[in-house]
Every structure is written in C-alpha cells, then in structure tokens.
Design a protein around this ligand. Structure first.
Ligand SMILES: NC(=O)c1ccc[n+]([C@@H]2O[C@H](COP(=O)([O-])OP(=O)(O)OC[C@H]3O[C@@H](n4cnc5c(N)ncnc54)[C@H](O)[C@@H]3O)[C@@H](O)[C@H]2O)c1
Length: 332
C-alpha cells in the first residue's frame, strides 16, 4: 500500500516516519510546498519519496494523511474525497462549526472514510479504558479527572491564531472524555487565568484553565490544562466508578513528584512533550489508518464526532468570558 502525506512540518514528519515503519505500507509519498522540505524528510526514511504536487499524491496513493495548517484542511479533505482516497486529517478538520458542519455533510454523502487525528482515541491505554467502561467493569461513572499540562508554551507568535486554550489544547480531552463516558454533556463551566506569560492576555487567551463538565446521567468531569509544567509534559485521565478506579498516563515517566516516603519521584526521562507521551498512540493511529484503507478496521475517530469537542470548546470559551455556566441542549 502507498500512503501520501500532505505537509511535512512538526507532526507530518513524525506521522511519515511511523507510516514508513509499518509492514503494511510499501511506500510513503511526501508533499510540502516549502522547497526541499519533502525531499529532506523522504531522505530520512527508507521507503519514502517526495512528490511535486498534491495531485501527484492523489494519483498514486491509496490514502492520504493531511498534516497541514488547520485552515487548509477542508480543501485538502475535499480534494481527497473527489479522488475517493481515504483520509486521515489532523485535528481540527475545520476551524469553526459552520465550515465543519458543511464538510461533514460532504464527507457523509460520499462514503469515503475520513479519520480525525485525535490521538487519545488510538492510545492503547485509553482504548482499554473505554473497553472497560463500555463493558461495565468500572460500574457507574462518578468522576473523571483529566490533566493536560504542556511542558512549555508554544511559540508566542502562534497565539493569536491558535483559537485559544480550549480549541487548541483542551480540545483533545473535550473529544476523549465524552467519547469515554458515552453520554452527552449538558452543562459546562470554565475558568482561566494568565499565570505564565502576559502574551496570552494580549492574545485574549489564558494559559491555565479548569473546566467542569456535567453529563446527562449526573457524572462530572474536571479537566485541568496549562501551558507550563516545570517537570515535563503531563497528560492523565483518571476515572472513578462504582466498581473500580483507574488511570491512564500514570507511569514511571509521569512528571510528578510524590512527597510520600515510598511514592514515585520525578524520573530523569519524564515525558518532555506530546510526541514521547503519545508515541504508542501515534504509531497505532497510523496502523489503524492503514487498516481502515485496507477495509480491515472501523473508523474510531469519525468526522462527525469532531462537532462534539468543537461545540464544547466554544461553550468553554463563552463560560470563561462570562463567568457563568453554559447549558447545552440537543445533539450537535
Ligand atoms: N494531534 C496532535 O497531537 C497534533 C499535534 C500538533 C499539531 N497538530 C495539528 O497538525 C496540523 C499541523 O501542525 P504542525 O504543528 O505540524 O504545523 P507545521 O507548521 O509544523 O507544519 C505544517 C506543514 O504543512 C505545510 N503546508 C502548508 N500548506 C500546505 C498545503 N496546502 N499542502 C501541503 N503542505 C502544506 C507547511 O509548509 C508545513 O511544512 C495542525 O492542524 C495542528 O492542529 C496535531
């Protein structure tokens, strides 16, 4: 099988390397408009070559991964649909609810699979957590608690176009947690502060935030997110149910120091960033994409689900700005 990669920046280069490592992938074709970037990335891999245009990818690839800046996703996804090539698009598939809804209608009318790169859905530990919840092994869910701390803020020039902490950083947990709980969110409350860098305030954003989600059945999720953690990149989800209490992201590389005599100390190889923390997830994401292309797997991250997290992110932003809870009615 041949897979095309459009955009070989930060995340596209990593995905290309993971694709090239799969037994089921014979060749990876890379395209990037920046001169020499695709060739440079292809030279690092045994079974990759650079393509001159997106159309070259579409002509020969069995599926295409879109890892370009967000504003280019809808047009590239539409080009793949027109060529009937399965797509894995990085998140978000579109920047706002209107554009996303229009694109989803086109995707669903065509029937070509489109996966969205919410990597938690491909993370083996998160997949196992969902299996246990669905099988009833945790009993009724009482609480979900998520931690999403970046080690360092992004390039400050990126802030004005990032969409803010909820759409940019917390969107992953706003996708994963309703997917895990399996119920609609009926109310959102969000609060945020600028504690790391005034540049966030200048961009109308915050650098630390807490969100409280209330689910239809009465369970709550609390999500803590921040742009600076001096010990490393920390992402965890903990679920307390009536029969069991489990965590993902709690392992010897978790950047956290316990003050208990026998508790874990922060390790020298604590996760420095998301590529290391989610390595297994990203690798599995590419494996699943190849399996969906081959017709061997269902799509665990369909485009329509992206409406849930974007709608929640927008409600969080509204709640933070107004200081009041936001009720959500109906399905997106
Ligand atoms: N799932 C995740 O964990 C995760 C992490 C980081 C970024 N992302 C998403 O991935 C996307 C890319 O982010 P990034 O940090 O890699 O950005 P980046 O700027 O490092 O890379 C984007 C690349 O796309 C290229 N490009 C621009 N227009 C193109 C086009 N029309 N066709 C082909 N290539 C084009 C650019 O030249 C650049 O090399 C964003 O949508 C971002 O939200 C997801």
């Amino acid at each position: 099988m041949r897979i095309g990669v459009a955009g070989v920046g930060r995340i596209g280069t990593m995905h290309a390397a993971h694709l090239a490592s799969l037994d089921s992938v014979d060749e990876v074709l890379l395209y990037d408009p920046v001169d020499g970037r695709a060739a440079l990335a292809a030279n690092q891999l045994e079974n990759a070559r650079a393509a001159d245009t997106v159309d070259d990818l579409l002509a020969v690839a069995d599926g295409v991964l879109v890892a370009t800046p967000t504003d280019t996703h809808p047009d590239l996804v539409r080009a793949c649909l027109a060529a009937r090539k399965p797509v894995l698009s990085e998140k978000p598939i579109a920047g706002d609810l209107g554009a996303m809804t229009e694109l989803i209608m086109q995707i669903e009318a065509g029937g070509t699979p489109v996966l969205v790169g919410f990597q938690r859905r491909f993370d083996p530990a998160v997949v196992e957590l969902r299996r246990r919840i669905v099988a009833g092994e945790l009993g009724p869910i009482y609480h979900v608690r998520a931690t999403g701390f970046d080690a360092n803020p992004p390039d400050l020039a990126y802030l004005p176009t990032s969409g803010g902490i909820f759409r940019d950083l917390m969107i992953h947990d706003l996708d994963a947690i309703p997917w895990l709980v399996g119920e609609p969110v009926v109310e959102v409350y969000a609060s945020g502060s600028v504690l790391v860098d005034r540049a966030f305030a200048d961009a109308g954003d915050v650098d630390n935030a807490v969100v409280l989600l209330r689910f239809a059945g009465g369970a709550h999720a609390a999500i803590h997110a921040g742009r600076h953690d001096p010990l490393g990149y920390d992402h965890r989800i903990e679920v307390l149910g009536g029969k069991d209490s489990v965590a993902v992201g709690l392992d010897p590389r978790t950047p956290l120091t316990s003050l208990e005599p026998d508790g874990p100390q922060v390790a020298p190889d604590a996760y420095p960033g998301f590529p290391e923390r989610f390595r297994r997830a990203y690798l599995n994401e590419m494996r699943v994409f190849a399996d969906v292309i081959a017709g061997r797997a269902d799509n665990p991250s369909p485009a329509r689900d992206s409406l849930v997290s974007l709608r929640l992110a927008e409600a969080c932003e509204r709640s933070r700005r107004t200081g009041t809870p936001v009720r959500l009615e109906g399905t997106p």
